[in-house]
Ligand binder design. Sequence first.
Ligand code: ADP
Ligand code: MG
Length: 349
Amino acid sequence: MFQNTKDSKTKLSELGEFGLIDHLTQFFKVKQISTVKSIGDDAAVLNHDKFTVVTTDLLVEGVHFDLAYMPLKHLGYKAVMVNLSDIYAMNAQAEQITVSIACSNRFTVEALEELYSGITAAAELYNVDVVGGDTTSAVKGITISITALGQAKKEDITYRSGAKPNDLLVVSGDLGGAFLGLKVLQRENEVFKVNPNAQPELEKYTYIVERQLKPEARKDIVELLKALGVKPTSMIDISDGLSSELMHLCKNSKVGANLFEDKLPLDPMSISTCEEFELDSTTVVLNGGEDYELLFTIDQSDFDKIKANPNLTVIGHMAEQSEGIHLISRMNTKIPIKARGWNGMEDED
Ligand code: ADP
Ligand code: MG
């Protein structure tokens, strides 16, 4: 559906491994003072004066993404976001990433340039240095592994384990959009397979398609909480859907939770797209992943500091572990929350 390799002709073998690495990494500039030595030696050298926070994600073609509806530039951008989001979820700031790629000879130099243009855009916008990586051939497809490093003061680091009963449960942004964007892209791809001349109709769905193809990690929320003087008691990023992330917080903090259906934040476009696809919007919010928003808990005494902020919504509160984890529906019934499959939505993994 998207033409990733429009003017692609240069075979990877024409540049060789070293030529390729030089070619792809030539425009990376060092911005962080903690980066002592970047690409070009056997290892990068960093000087973190606070605690170092590290995370890695692996993205495999056909498992985590489909190039039929994921342009390579977006894939590069998203691969970075997925990692930065995990650093921000620790209430830390990201400063470096490494990028490792294994790809088959089906990919051209131009295709990898596209991928790297997305990685570069993300690194620039989020002010992280690309300090290394590895490049190798693969028999089939493309696999991308990114590692992100960040730092934070010991006392600022926020774990999944700090929530207490009666803490407020807060989420940034809105939920469900990325899943619905994927639904739209999959539908358009099916149309395209039948009729390759059909132009994908995506204009109507710009916001949710962007949520899927170009997610933004919430660096701004970490900065906002700092400015508001709020330290979350626990935090996690939403990669798999609200219900499973909430269960992680509850399990790690040994608490229960009550989530209020009427408080769940949805964009109007998400609501109308749910209607179009005949999906229950609550199910989509609970089980649809990849929104990369932050889910966190705060002490009730911090409520006044966050209540007026349009980026933050209080969606529930924590409870004693023995009370369990429930959704309080609009009809005021208590529905137990399971990690996946709530209300019959199938797990596609
Ligand atoms: P080595 O053989 O010692 O692993 P490489 O030739 O693989 O060294 O890499 C040379 C330099 O280029 C190193 O600094 C490495 O981190 C960096 N590098 C290799 N591949 C990538 C990549 N895909 N993206 C960014 N940096 C890379
Ligand atoms: Mg190497």
